[in-house]
Structures are given as structure tokens and as C-alpha cells.
Design a binder for this molecule. Structure first.
Ligand code: SF4
Length: 219
């Protein structure tokens, strides 16, 4: 393909056919404002992968409903949006080999982040920002293998924060997020907000993370 034809089709001469043809299970791709944690308020393109190796009781994602998409299709959809920041989420994104997407997006200047439950080690250099949200408050037997990253974000359900004493030192930012369940009452969720806020006030360096996108009524 000529350079001009490549540009028109969105394909770079450096893209490999095998990267472009790599298949992924995709629940949805959407453009939204990050509602949680340190990048709250910044627009991103979210790529939500199907499948997860855990089943948290508060999980609000239907990660079993997905379509098979080739990386080239994912690329085409993401490039429809003006944002150059991507969040790989799920489900559990690290169940996938993300190197083909890494190569394709990095060739186009994207910044790559993930939100992962931490049970799968993340290869060095794959991502620009790693947010780990461990679920061992629910699954005491689950081993957290990714022990380093940028952001540690824990859903608070009353667990002893000493649980994270070892893990904390591997991360620069520490967030507690109230457990929010759509199916529960305003009062039930309100109590969790109040409890998490009071725990954060007593427990530096933890900070409060709120799912502000839920208040805005967006994904
Ligand atoms: S790890 Fe995340 S995606 Fe998986 S079940 Fe728990 S909340 Fe849902």
C-alpha cells in the first residue's frame, strides 16, 4: 500500500498484518469522561473487554456479552473519537495479549491505561498508567500478582486496611471507593459513602474516590 493509501485507510506502513488481525472479545467501546480516581474528569476512550476471572458481588458489568472484533476494527472505532487516551477495562483486560493493540495505538501517539483486578502480572512497558483494583476483600485466597503501578483503588466494604500494607508501597496513589450497588437503596449506598469518607479521614494516605460518572448518568 502507498503512504497516501495507508493514510486514507488509517493503516500505518509499520502495522503488521498479524497485529491488525488479532481478535479480541469486546463488550463495548465508548468515549467518556473518566469518573474515578486521579484522572477523574479527563476524557478517554474506554475499551471494555469480555470475560473476567473473578465474580464480585457488586460488579455492574455484563462481561459475558461481547462480540469478537479484530484489532483493525477496534482501531477504526477508537480513531473516530478525538481523545488520544485509552483505558483498557473489563471484565479483566489482562486476560488478553494486549501487545498488538499496544503497537497499533502507540504508533499513533495514544496514551494507554488499564484498570485491572491485579491477579495477572502486567508486562513491563505495555502500559503508561496502571490502576489496580484488588478484590481480595472478597476473595482472601486470590493472589495479587501485579504489585506495582500508579494507582491502587480499593472498593471499601468495611475491610481492615492493613490488608494493603504490603501492596501500598508499590503504588503512588491510594484510593478508597465506596461500594455502590445499583440494586440497593439510596440509604444503603449513602451509608457506604459516609463510612468510606470517615475511614479515609482517619487513614492517610488513602484518598476518597467517587464514581462521579454514575451521578452524571454516563457510562
Ligand atoms: S474483577 Fe472487576 S470485572 Fe471482574 S467481577 Fe470483579 S468487579 Fe467485575
Amino acid at each position: 500500500m502507498t503512504d497516501e493509501a495507508c493514510e486514507l485507510s488509517g493503516i500505518h506502513p509499520v502495522d503488521s498484518a498479524s497485529d491488525l488481525g488479532t481478535m479480541y472479545k469486546i463488550v463495548e467501546i465508548f468515549h467518556s469522561v473518566q469518573g474515578e480516581g486521579i484522572h477523574s474528569g479527563i476524557p478517554h476512550v474506554f475499551i471494555r473487554f469480555g470475560k473476567c476471572n473473578l465474580q464480585c458481588e457488586w460488579c455492574d458489568t455484563d462481561f459475558e456479552t461481547f462480540e469478537e472484533m479484530a484489532a483493525v476494527e477496534i482501531l477504526g472505532e477508537v480513531m473516530n473519537y478525538p481523545s488520544k487516551r485509552i483505558i483498557f477495562t473489563g471484565g479483566e483486560p489482562m486476560l488478553n495479549d494486549l501487545w498488538p493493540l499496544h503497537r497499533l495505538f502507540k504508533a499513533r501517539g495514544y496514551q494507554l491505561s488499564c484498570e485491572s483486578n491485579g491477579t495477572i502480572e502486567i508486562p513491563e512497558g505495555l502500559l503508561d498508567w496502571i490502576c489496580i483494583s484488588p478484590k481480595d476483600q472478597m476473595y482472601p485466597g486470590v493472589k495479587i500478582r501485579q504489585r506495582q503501578g500508579d494507582e491502587l483503588k480499593c472498593v471499601y466494604v468495611g475491610q481492615d486496611l492493613a490488608l494493603y500494607d504490603d501492596l501500598k508501597s508499590g503504588f503512588n496513589h491510594h484510593f478508597l471507593q465506596p461500594c455502590y450497588m445499583d440494586a440497593e437503596s439510596v440509604e444503603w449506598n449513602g451509608k457506604n459513602f459516609a463510612l468510606t469518607e470517615s475511614v479515609v479521614k482517619q487513614s492517610p494516605p488513602w484518598r476518597l474516590s467517587l464514581q462521579t460518572h454514575k451521578w452524571m448518568g454516563v457510562d
